[in-house]
Design a protein around this ligand. Structure first.
Ligand code: SAM
Length: 258
């Protein structure tokens, strides 16, 4: 497929190393995905695959996708479910602040793996909602903090924590933010994130999440967290990390600009 032009005042399109395109945000000074790990590959190995390893046997799976961005985590979920014949009802809820971005996604050059979801991409871009027998997807155009604080519709099985970095997007990494997340997830929920910083892991740990390493060949380590003990992933010995790094504190709302 030829690349469509996806350049505006705030974004430029970038080819990542797995051959899929991602974008660079001029506002945040960061790419939407690791260009080294590849946009599609990163979505699959750091979010969808680790989450579904544990959740694929459920009849209904509720996913919080923080934040929609280019929609890779949502679309990679559909791709993964189709490829693996997962027939669970999948409900995805995804906040996104950048209205202009969502509206422009009909012009984004997605990997061929998403070709079969073209109609879904268009509906989400136009109306922010898609619904069929298997999949229900809703994009909330607004602040994720507000969304998480007020959300009461379902309890989540999976959270894809995929904001820009804690340095560029700190309000979505604080201890208080993860406390709000904790209130809207199930006791056996799984949270996936690319961040491996101790600060992030502490913000989760201080909200009573167990912290695990998501590692594999062909991608840099990532983090999985759950209120429950998981046997599938190697647990991080947080007490040991804390004792070796007594100066590290989690981000907190009082210290980040909102
Ligand atoms: C790293 S990108 C997300 C990438 C996305 N998961 C994907 O697969 O393409 C981070 C996104 O968070 C959005 N964002 C930043 N702060 C936000 C906030 N407070 N509420 C909602 N969205 C926010 C940005 O506009 C950006 O689209």
């Amino acid at each position: 497929m030829d690349a469509l032009i996806f350049n505006d005042e705030f974004h430029t399109m970038t080819l990542s190393e797995d051959g899929s395109y991602t974008a660079f945000s001029k506002e945040y000074g960061e790419h939407y995905h690791s260009t080294k790990d590849g946009a599609l590959h990163e979505s699959l190995v750091k979010h969808v695959e680790p989450a579904f390893k544990i959740k694929k046997y459920k009849d209904e799976i509720n996913i919080l996708d923080i934040c929609y961005g280019l929609g890779f985590n949502t679309l990679a979920t559909l791709y993964y479910c189709k490829k693996n014949n997962i027939t669970s009802k999948i409900n995805i809820y995804s906040p996104e602040l950048d209205v202009k971005l969502v509206k422009s996604l009909k012009d984004f050059t997605y990997p061929k793996e998403f070709d079969e979801f073209k109609n879904i991409i268009l509906e989400l871009s136009d109306k922010g909602i898609y619904d069929d027998v298997y999949w229900h997807i809703e994009i909330f155009l607004g602040d994720a903090r507000e969304y998480v604080r007020t959300f009461s519709h379902v309890k989540f099985d999976i959270v894809y924590q995929d904001a820009f970095s804690p340095t560029a997007n700190p309000t979505l990494w604080t201890k208080e933010y993860f406390n709000d997340i904790k209130k809207i997830i199930k006791e056996d929920a799984i949270l996936t994130t690319y961040s491996i910083s101790l600060q992030t892991r502490l913000a989760l740990y201080e909200n009573f999440f167990h912290i695990y390493i998501n590692s594999g060949s062909g991608f840099r380590d990532a983090t999985v967290a759950s209120p429950l003990k998981l046997s599938y992933f190697q647990e991080v010995d947080m007490e040991h990390k804390i004792s070796c790094n007594t100066h590290v504190r989690p981000l907190s709302d009082a210290h980040v600009k909102r």
